[in-house]
Design a protein. Structure first.
Length: 353
């Protein structure tokens, strides 16, 4: 696994928009405030041509132009890391114009984003053997004040270790059920009102609340399930080769969902299982889906996942801070992870090996 150099002091942050850009409110004002804050921190900025574009369908611009922006930004030496402007809907169409062999030969560079950016963070790992960060997009850094999760993301980009000398993150006390961010209030911070309530399973047996910690380790792989199942079976799907290469490490799958309802989540889990993606799984980290609390025909989000995940006889940790109901723990995709869960407390330590 290739690990990029960390963002240096007074380094340059590049911004790209292979999914949605920041052309409309509240994203435009939030992105502009994020730039102001980064400049105050001493960083240089390099904006791609599509950051404010609104020419595409579900993405900032035509797929070919988005690919050109991303390829140039990743392979050029005028930025030290890349942060995606936002998520979106059709970043998958950009892939048809990408040259991942060229990226694989280029010096590795940190790329950070989530949701639709799974199309880059996941493929950097599985196609290019290069680590990335599944974390907040650019506009989030415009909030006032920053949530600790944004501080955590920047610490990873800068390569800062904790007191124990590790690259690590922890879960947060509360999460946002309803956002206050709007065109009239673009810099609103996360509206965290709900207490973190992790549910822990060993196989399909729930062991939430036990005083004995649940611990496991493996190589971290995953992202937004909406995007993952869309990639499955395409020419960009080299997941089988990746997990075979790292089968001695085993895989920790981190998964979260955006548009999928509970039945779509269950179908996605079935599809990934039947494709062999879960062969060497050591554990699952499952974020709160955007359909949190939904139940359809007796199926809820827990059983949607556990029908497959519970059959693997590994830890399944659900409702963790990942994905579309913020805050989210930034995840180093492709790294070795050590996970420890005790009650509502979760720690993830990353080993860059």
């Amino acid at each position: 696994m290739r690990y990029p150099k960390f963002l240096p002091e007074k380094g340059t942050i590049g911004f790209v928009a292979p999914s949605f850009g920041c052309g409309i409110e509240p994203y435009r004002s939030a992105f502009e405030n994020a730039q102001k804050k980064f400049k105050e921190m001493g960083y240089g900025l390099k904006l791609g041509p599509n950051c404010y574009a609104q020419e595409g369908v579900g993405i900032s611009n035509e797929p070919k132009l988005c690919a050109e922006e991303l390829m140039e930004a990743y392979c050029a030496d005028d930025s030290d890391c890349l942060i995606s402007c936002g998520g979106g809907e059709l970043m998958c169409e950009v892939l048809s114009w990408m040259d991942f062999e060229k990226i694989k030969k280029a010096a590795p560079k940190w790329y950070m984003g989530y949701s639709d950016n799974t199309n880059m963070t996941y493929l950097l790992a599985t196609l290019c053997d290069t680590a990335s960060i599944y974390g907040p997009c650019a506009a989030a850094f415009g909030m006032e004040p920053w949530h600790p999760s944004l501080e955590d993301a920047m610490r990873l980009l800068r390569g800062e270790k904790n007191r124990e000398g590790n690259y690590a993150v922890q879960g947060y006390d509360k999460w946002e059920k309803e956002s206050l961010k709007s065109p009239e209030n673009p810099l609103a911070p996360y509206h965290v009102t709900e207490n973190l309530s992790i549910r822990t399973y060993l196989g399909d047996e729930e062991c939430t609340g036990r005083d004995v910690p649940v611990t496991f380790q493996g190589r971290l792989l995953g992202g937004c399930m909406d995007c993952l199942v869309n990639l499955l079976g395409t020419r960009f799907d080299r997941t089988g080769e990746f997990i075979e290469k790292y089968k001695e490490d085993g895989i920790i799958w981190f998964l979260e969902a955006c548009d999928l309802n509970v039945f779509a989540i269950r179908r996605a889990m079935w599809q990934m299982e039947e494709a062999g993606w879960f062969r060497y799984v050591k554990g699952f980290l499952v974020g709160r889906p955007l359909c949190f609390g939904q139940e359809m025909m007796g199926l809820d989000a827990y059983q949607a996942v556990l029908k497959v995940a519970g059959s693997k006889n590994v830890p399944v940790i659900m409702d963790v801070d990942l994905g579309h109901l913020p805050p989210m723990m930034p995840v180093i995709v492709g790294s070795m992870g050590e996970v420890s869960v005790r009650g509502n407390h979760i720690d993830i330590t990353y080993h860059l090996c």
